[in-house]
Design a protein around this ligand. Structure first.
Ligand code: NAP
Length: 360
């Protein structure tokens, strides 16, 4: 392989979604690629496009990464082909929707844990050893914003992402005296095939999804800088992150549960407006609560920090009340859409102002 960068990135889960968008960014920068997933045709097609558009070479490895020995097989194939992997992206992952006790299937959960946890861990171990020997290399691990919150109705999935996030942060410390970096990517809900495949396509969370190409762009920049973690997107996603650190876990679980419930049929004719509006108000309330807490939390003593955790619960109830009030007003058919929009704008503007100092 011989191109501009003369470097190679191996990406698992490159056949769609965030992985495919990341692969595109590497190809644009002249990286040769090793693409791994189950969909051979899709990977070949993507590799062909990269050759035509960017003149980079692609090796396709077809592999079901939820199978025993999958990571070792991929590593062996790369070694046999004598490809030094400069960058590893552990993107392949799946979710599963349903109540853990009564609805989800254990065989699917076992395979999910194997893919999201075991394969990611062994891929990291195998390629990281070579990177440390060369004292050079980068790894991007796909966690999620739900790595730092509970996620009822996708409990096992969120737990696997918590593992990945924690694992990555420990490795960062172990590697601090080397030139090897590991970055955790924590996207919010993103517009890929993920929720369909997980059986969660009809949930409220799918009403507001981030663009996978923008998620990939933020991730790529953070990876190249060797950042420990990246929460892609704007203020709202960062507000969720801060909320997750300071609010009690049961509060976060309640909030996530609401997000994961099935969509409700809109009551008014102004279908789109109403959905967008109630979502906007809900977010604004959360942003405001997160901003207030973050400010208080960052300026407080250890004793006060404990109190603020308690207050987070209260603020969250306040946020819920705002949300419910607005919803009720709309459902009652009052002519308040304009008022609600300007209220939401004011709340968001105020929150942004406060938040800018905390998260700058
Ligand atoms: N979308 C979100 O809201 C979101 C949010 C946070 C984090 N994430 C994480 O982002 C990563 C990518 O997800 P996505 O949103 O881009 O979803 P996606 O479009 O469904 O992509 C998933 C990728 O993983 C591959 N994959 C799935 N099962 C596999 C298996 N058994 N063996 C090999 N490859 C497998 C798929 O390829 P094949 O089907 O061809 O095998 C596909 O390329 C996942 O780790 C996910 O947990 C997603």
């Amino acid at each position: 392989m011989n191109t501009r960068a003369n470097k190679t990135a191996l990406i698992t889960g490159a056949s769609s979604g965030i992985g495919q968008e990341l692969a595109k960014l590497f190809a644009k920068d002249g990286y040769n690629l090793v693409l791994v997933a189950r969909s051979t045709d899709k990977l070949n097609e993507i590799g062909g496009q990269f050759w035509d558009e960017y003149g980079v070479e692609t090796v396709v490895i077809t592999k079901d990464l939820s199978e025993e020995n999958a990571a070792q097989d991929v590593y062996n194939q790369v070694k046999e082909k004598n490809i030094p992997v400069d960058i590893l992206v552990n993107d392949a992952g799946v979710g599963l929707y349903g109540l853990f006790a009564t609805e989800t299937d254990w065989e699917r959960e076992k395979s999910l844990i194997h893919l999201n946890v075991l394969t990611t861990t062994l891929m990291t171990k195998l390629f990281l050893k070579d990177m440390v020997e060369r004292n050079e290399g980068k790894i991007l691990n796909l966690a999620s914003l739900v790595a730092i919150t509970p996620m009822p109705l996708m409990a096992v999935y969120a737990a696997t992402k918590a593992y990945i996030y924690n694992f990555t942060q420990s490795l960062i410390n172990e590697l601090k005296d080397t030139n090897v970096s590991v970055t955790a990517l924590l996207p919010n809900a993103t517009d890929t095939d993920f929720f369909n495949k997980a059986g969660a396509s009809n949930t409220k969370v799918t009403e507001n999804l981030d663009d996978p190409s923008l998620v990939a762009k933020d991730a790529y920049n953070a990876l190249m800088k060797g950042a420990p973690k990246v929460v892609p997107g704007g203020l709202v996603n960062k507000a969720y992150e801060v909320m997750s650190y300071v609010a009690p876990q049961e509060t976060m679980a309640g909030m996530m549960r609401k997000n994961m419930e099935p969509k409700k049929e809109p009551v008014t004719d102004e279908k789109g407006n109403k959905a967008a509006l109630t979502w906007g108000i809900g977010l604004a309330a959360v942003v405001l609560a997160g901003a207030a807490l973050a400010l208080a939390y960052s300026n407080s003593s250890a004793y006060d920090k404990a109190r603020y955790r308690y207050k987070a619960g209260k603020l969250k109830s306040g946020a819920d009340d705002v949300y419910d009030d607005v919803k009720d007003t709309l459902i009652n058919g009052l002519n308040s859409v304009k008022d609600a929009v300007s209220t939401a704008k004011e709340v968001v503007a105020k929150a942004k102002e406060t938040f800018a100092d905390v998260l700058a």
